[in-house]
Structure formats: C-alpha cells, structure tokens
Design a protein around this ligand. Sequence first.
Ligand code: ZN
Length: 398
Amino acid sequence: MIKFFLSNAEDLVDPNYNFLTDEHPPNRDRWRDDVYAHQLFSEPISDGVFLSGVAKPSLKKRVEAAGGVHAFLRLSPDVPVMGDCGAFNYKEKDIPPYQTKEIVETYQRHDYTLGASIDHLIDPKSSLDEKQRRWDITLDNAEQFISKHRSTQLDFTPIGVAQGWDPTSYRQAAEKLLAFGYEYVAIGGVTRLHVKHLKPILKEVSTVLPGDVDLHLLGIARLSDLALFQSIGVTSFNGSTPIRRGTMGEYWTVPGKKYEAIRIPSANRKHRQYRSSGRLRRLDDIFDEGEISEKEFTKLEQACLSMLRAYDKGKTSLDEVLNTILQFNRLNGDTRDRRSKYEQTLYDRPWQTCPCEVCQDIGIEVIIFRGNDRNRRRGFHNAWIFYRQLQAALEAGR
Ligand SMILES: [Zn+2]
C-alpha cells in the first residue's frame, strides 16, 4: 500500500480561538498552546509526517528543545516521521549549506524514522556542466550518507535522493544509489513537473528498481497520477497541497468537488495579517476616499459574518447574504467576480455535511476566508478529505 506523508510546514492553529470575537485567549503562546493538524482529528490524516529543512537553525532549535521530533510534533512514537534538507530553499546556492555528518547526527539525535540524503536541485535550463555538477554533488552526498549510516549503525532508515534532468540521468542516479546499497530511493526535483514529463522519468527509473526497494516521490501530493505511481512501484509520497490549497481558499470534498471560501477580510486594524492577500485596498485608503466611514465599514463587515451565521441556521436568504458580502468585497477592492462561485458554496452548504472534526467543531467558519485560524483549519479539513480520497482510490485499485 502506498504511504502518504503529510508535509508539515509548522502548520498550527489555536484550539481555543474565539471565532465570534476573533480573539485568542489571553496569554496564548503559539508554540506551547497551538496544535497541529493531526491533533484535531481522532482518525489519521496521513501515514506519516514529513519535515523539510531538518537542519534549519530555527526548526532544529525547537525540535532539540522538545527532545525529539515526535515530541516536537506531539505525535505518537509509532507514526513515522520522514525528514529532508529542504533543497528548494538553497537551490540558488552553489553547494548545499549542510554537511552529511551534521545531517546524519540530526536525524539520529532527533529520532527521525526516515532521513533523506543531502540533495541539490537541478535547473533543467542550466548548462550541461552545471547539471552534471549538481548531479555529482547529490550522489557524492548520498554515498557519504549511507557509509556514515552504516559505520555508526544508526536507527533511522536512510533514503538516497536521486536528482536529474531527464529520464536517463534519473535512471543513472537510481542505479548509483542502488550500488551504494540503498533500499529506499527518493526522486527529487519533480514537484512541479507535469505528468507528461514525470511519467517517462518514473518509467525509466522503474526499469532498474528491484521490487523490494522502496521508492518515494518528494513533494507530490496529487491523486490524479496515483495509478501511474502504483504501476511504477512508488511506495510513498509526500506533500502539503491540501493544506496549502485550503489556506488559498479552496474547500475540498470527498467526491472531488472544490468550493471557493468566502472572503470576509477583517475591518479591524489590529488584524493586519487578515488583509495580507496583497490585492486588497489598505484600510486607510478606503476611508480616505470617503465612500464609507470606518464605523459603517466595520458594521458591514460584522453584518457579513452574522448574516453568514444566520444563513447557516436557515434564517436568511442566499441572495441577501450574497449581496452584502459582494458589496463588502467591492469596498475592499476585490475586483474578481466571485458571485457564481460564492453562490455555489452557499447553495450546497458543504460544511454542514462534512463529518470531519474541523467542520463539526466550527461549522460555517471553515468556509470563511479570514485569518490563519479559519484558513489553515480549512487546509486541515482538506488534508482529512485527501487522505479519505487516497484510501478510497487505493481500495478501488486493489
Ligand atoms: Zn470537514
């Protein structure tokens, strides 16, 4: 069975957030009190957790302070945690900013279940010399990584990362990794690759991969290519797409229909982060132009929220709430025509039928695009949906 590792980019929400007043409890400490996605659900939302950039000083310090990665993630010790170096973040650098010795020690000391070797991303547009140089760096690191692992007899499972720029270079990288003795190989640098380019690479790699060697795809959380992954012998993959899409305003459902979240940006100057989408007008600009006073604007914002809640209870009509929301969004400078998408969301009321704990707990708030505590929860809901979809697809394919 193919395993899904949900990438965790330190995604947290406040379990005690007050949605009616938009306030955190006094003295809330984000790192102490906030919770990860898996803590909100009684059922698993992935087969494991993926942490990227394990040697990044900020992350390393917090994991160290917690006494290991499972304690840091507040995760049961039997849930596997996979780590890598986060090559995307240093792709502009000449060489990776880490040493194998340091990475091996981090995986071991922080109790990772699986750890990937230090890779270096290859830009397909770079010169052949540069591609070859990065390919060599990645494989030199992988060779050092497994020999260090072997000589010190460590607990975590070593994963050798293959980078490349075409099917042949990926296949040759995989051959080298197998020759070094790896039993778990990961394909990197394919996150944004369209399936028509990904497929030939995977096919070519699969020609040299023995059936008992595990194959991981780094950073691809998509189900559209699941049948391909399975036919090639992929055993695991990771990604954060469900959460990221949620924070961008998508609300997913098990049958595959995606809804647009309803934007109610905050009128409160204290909530500047609620207005951080960049395309919205600054509050000062809105009031300076004199179309509406700050008082009236705040009243309209609160009316949007209370009308949505009333609509949820069947106490107001769809048209009434929709028109108020669109009026407020226009004042905010949202130029997109969202009427038909919002109409669809409101008409279908998907949050009312979703059995996940987020929707059960906060109801219609999950569909409101407004601040981390709603937007990330929507992402967590998507992660819950994604894992159900994955399981259903795997069941159907058996
Ligand atoms: Zn839900």
